[in-house]
Write a new protein. Structure first.
Length: 396
C-alpha cells in the first residue's frame, strides 16, 4: 500500500530536501524543522519580516473568496483572454479579470483534486474519484467526462489535439482534448512513501515532459506517448523513509532548448530538452520548483532562502534569507522580469528584486497562507491562497 505525505507533514519532520532544476526553471524547497531525541519536537523559528519602505511595485486591484479550501490540495488558478478560473471543493468558477466578479460557477459533483488548466475554449479539471472533466471556457457547461481510474493530481495545457492528465498512481494519460477519448497511457513506478502532489506536465513543441515520484523526469511524444528520453534526478538514499523521498513535485520550466526541474532529496540541474542530457547539476534542497529567464534561475531552498542561479552553469549569483522558515512558494517572474513574486505560509506576497535580491514590495493576501505559485497574466499577478482567497495585484 502506498502512503502519501501532505507537504505540511514533511515540513514538520524534514531538515532538508534537495532539488534539480533543468536549464530553465524549477525548484523551491520546503523549510524543515528538527526532531531532537525521540519525542521532543523543535519548531522552526520564523524570521520576522523587515519593514518595506514603500510599496510602489504592487497595487491590490481586488480580492474574492472562491470557497473553502483543503490545505493539502494544490489547485492552481488559470487565465486566458476571457477570464480567470479557479476550482474549490467540487466547484469550478470563472471570474472577470478586471473586477473579480463571477461570470459562471459550475458544481461538477465530485471533489476537485487537479487543475485548473486549459486554453481559450476549454477548461480542464480532475477529481479525486479519477474523473477528467472538460468545461466550456465561456459558459462553464461540461463538454466531456473521462474516467481515469485514480485521483488526478495535475493537468497540462491543451495543445495539438491533446491534453495530458497526471494521476496519483504515477500514470500519464494522453487524452483527445475534443472528446476525452484515451489515446495513450504511460506509467512510472510509485514508491510506497511519497509526497502528496505532482508537478504539472508541460508541453514543449511535439512532446510532453513530466516528473514522477521515483525521481525521474521523462519526455514522451505528445501525439502517441512514445518515450523520447528519461533522466533520473536523484535516487533514494539514507536510512530513513523520509530520506528516500525523491518526488518531482515542483514546477518544470522550459527556457530555449533547456529545462529546469527539481526534486526532493535530489539536486538542481539544467537539462537539454532535445536529448535529455544533463548540462549541469548541483545539490540544492527544494521541492516546489523554480522560474527562469535568460538572466537567472530563481528558486527557494528548504530553509526558505531565495536564490538566483546562472542558467548556463548552475553557479549561484545571490541568495537572501529574509523569508527563512516561511515556506515561500516558487518565485515567479513578473512580465518585465524585474521581480520574482512569492507567497508565504502567513499570507504575505513578496516582490523580490531580481538584480539585488532585496524584497521591495509586500501585499497581504490569503491569511491562511500560500502553497501554489502565483499566476502572472500581463502586468497582473493572481494569487490563490489555501483558504480560497483569490487576490489580483497590478505589478510594475
Amino acid at each position: 500500500m502506498n502512503t502519501r505525505l501532505p507537504p505540511y507533514v514533511l515540513n514538520s519532520v524534514l531538515i532538508a530536501s534537495v532539488s534539480l532544476a533543468v536549464a530553465g526553471c524549477s525548484g523551491q524547497s520546503i523549510p524543515g524543522s528538527q526532531l531532537i531525541g525521540q519525542n521532543v519536537y523543535v519548531a522552526p523559528v520564523i524570521k520576522p519580516l523587515k519593514v518595506i519602505a514603500s510599496n510602489v511595485n504592487a497595487q491590490t486591484l481586488w480580492q474574492a473568496k472562491t470557497g473553502s479550501s483543503v490545505s493539502n490540495v494544490k489547485l492552481h488558478p488559470f487565465a486566458n483572454q476571457t477570464a480567470i478560473y479557479t476550482a474549490n471543493g467540487s466547484t469550478v468558477s470563472a471570474r472577470n479579470k478586471t473586477t473579480g466578479k463571477i461570470i459562471w460557477s459550475n458544481p461538477v459533483g465530485e471533489f476537485i483534486s487537479g487543475g485548473v488548466n486549459g486554453d481559450e475554449t476549454t477548461v480542464f479539471i480532475g477529481t479525486r474519484d479519477g474523473k477528467a472533466v472538460a468545461l466550456d471556457a465561456k459558459t462553464g457547461k461540461i463538454k466531456w467526462i473521462s474516467a481515469l481510474g485514480t485521483e488526478v493530481l495535475a493537468i497540462s495545457t491543451a495543445s495539438q489535439g491533446r491534453v495530458v492528465f497526471r494521476t496519483i498512481d504515477g500514470k500519464l494519460h494522453g487524452l483527445n482534448d475534443t472528446n476525452g477519448d484515451a489515446v495513450w497511457q504511460r506509467q512510472q513506478r510509485t514508491p510506497k512513501l511519497s509526497i502528496y502532489g505532482a508537478s504539472v506536465p508541460i508541453i514543449v513543441d511535439k512532446g510532453v515532459i513530466a516528473g514522477f515520484d521515483n525521481g525521474k523526469l521523462a519526455a514522451y511524444v505528445l501525439e502517441s506517448g512514445s518515450p523520447i528520453w528519461e533522466v533520473t534526478l536523484s535516487v533514494p538514499k539514507g536510512s530513513s523513509e523520509l530520506d528516500q523521498l525523491v518526488d518531482i513535485d515542483g514546477r518544470l520550466k522550459p527556457l530555449g532548448n533547456a529545462l529546469f526541474a527539481s526534486n526532493n532529496n535530489g539536486r538542481m540541474a539544467g537539462v537539454n530538452m532535445g536529448n535529455g542530457n544533463v548540462g549541469w547539476a548541483k545539490v540544492f534542497s527544494s521541492i516546489t520548483g523554480a522560474d527562469a529567464n535568460e538572466n537567472g534561475v530563481f528558486s527557494a531552498d528548504e530553509k526558505g532562502h531565495i536564490w538566483k542561479i546562472q542558467p548556463l552553469n548552475g553557479k549561484s549569483v545571490w541568495s537572501q534569507d529574509d523569508l527563512e522558515n516561511r515556506q515561500p512558494t516558487t518565485p515567479t517572474l513578473t512580465a518585465s522580469g524585474s521581480h520574482a513574486v512569492t507567497g508565504d505560509r502567513q499570507g504575505n506576497l513578496h516582490w523580490v528584486d531580481t538584480q539585488s535580491g532585496l524584497i521591495t514590495a509586500r501585499v497581504s493576501g490569503d491569511p491562511v497562507g500560500y502553497h501554489v505559485p502565483v499566476l502572472i497574466d500581463g502586468d497582473v499577478v493572481y494569487a490563490l491562497g489555501k483558504s480560497g482567497v483569490l487576490t489580483a495585484i497590478r505589478s510594475k
